[in-house]
Design a protein around this ligand. Structure first.
Ligand code: SF4
Length: 316
């Protein structure tokens, strides 16, 4: 008789509306224009998703210069600097922007602050494509990047009285609140959103992990090592008391020895990880344990985002 195991499944988990839209955009572009369709950067940070689209005829590249001018190109959900669509236009390329509308909202905020003469502090992770895209909405020098509370003490804005802050959408809610507090303490005149720009999908997934953490011996987060929101879920789990909080890409990554003795394991998935990978992980547990499933639901998501009109009109 196999040992008992209770699996707590976070809800919500996995695909968010922005990821779902970005994948649909590539699929509809392939349907409409045929293969190949070029995609600048991984459309979302998940190898399983990327491999699936590649099999259908998508070609993933890092730079626009790698795309021929006569094939369509899709920009990833993370957003791109303004220079990228400008270059595509200059080369008369057909392009579709799959930037998540919630990232685009931050782009518009950045433009608004810049137009008002404010310098910006962006809270985010250096090198992440979303940060590069958001900082690239305005000319160089308009945004100072901070990653941690400690960074706040070292920045030297042009005018401390003329500052605004914006954030990456997929940060840890708690860590970001601390950075915002440090910014407000050092620069009382700083303007910004009421809390931050972290999207609801990110917040909801973190809340579900926080709620399940006290009930589990270990937490597994299904997601990619370059997925910001997935890595934050691992940190949120550890912060909420999970002594074993681990990122895995597939069921084959599960370290069964580390789970020895565990009787309750929490499972969640980052916003770019498909549900089929959750099912795969659950099946791997069923192969070893007598599994009981409990769902920990802290929110229901009903949001969906439309694809750009160029695709709605022609793939009916
Ligand atoms: S995590 Fe949030 S910002 Fe990122 S794609 Fe999903 S909904 Fe959009």
């Amino acid at each position: 008789m196999p040992d008992p195991m209770t699996l707590y499944l976070a809800a919500p988990r996995g695909f968010c509306a922005g990821v779902d839209r970005a994948i649909r955009i590539v699929e509809m572009a392939l349907e409409k224009w045929g293969a190949p369709v070029y995609v600048r950067h991984e459309i979302v940070h998940n190898r399983f998703v990327v491999d699936g689209l590649r099999a259908k005829g998508a070609i993933f590249v890092e730079e626009l210069s790698e795309c021929p001018p006569d094939r369509p190109v899709v920009f990833s959900a993370h957003g791109v600097p303004k220079a990228v669509p400008a270059e595509a236009e200059a080369r008369e390329m057909l392009f579709v922007d799959a930037t998540c509308p919630l990232v685009s909202k931050v782009h518009r905020e950045a433009e608004k602050h810049h137009a008002s003469g404010l310098q910006m502090v962006m809270i985010g992770h250096a090198g992440h494509p979303e940060v590069i895209g958001t900082m690239g909405q305005i000319p160089d020098g308009g945004v100072i990047l901070v990653e941690t509370v400690a960074d706040v003490a070292h920045i030297a804005p042009r005018d401390p009285e003329r500052l605004a802050f914006i954030t990456q959408t997929t940060l840890s809610v708690d860590d970001t609140a601390e950075v915002v507090e440090a910014l407000r303490a050092r620069f009382p005149a700083i303007v910004g959103p009421r809390r931050e720009d972290i999207c609801d999908a990110t917040t909801n997934r973190q809340e579900a992990v926080t709620a399940m953490a006290p009930q589990v011996d270990a937490l597994l987060v299904i997601g990619a090592p370059n997925s910001s929101n997935s890595k934050r879920l691992v940190e949120v789990g550890a912060r909420a008391g999970c002594s074993y909080s681990q990122l895995i890409q597939r069921a084959t990554d599960i370290d069964w020895r580390a789970l020895q003795g565990a009787r309750a394991v929490g499972i969640t998935a980052g916003a770019s990880a498909p549900e089929v990978l959750v099912e795969e992980v659950v099946a791997a547990f069923r192969a070893r344990y007598a599994v009981e499933i409990r769902e920990v639901e802290t929110a229901r998501e009903k949001v969906t985002f439309q694809v750009p009109r160029v695709l709605r009109e022609q793939v009916a």
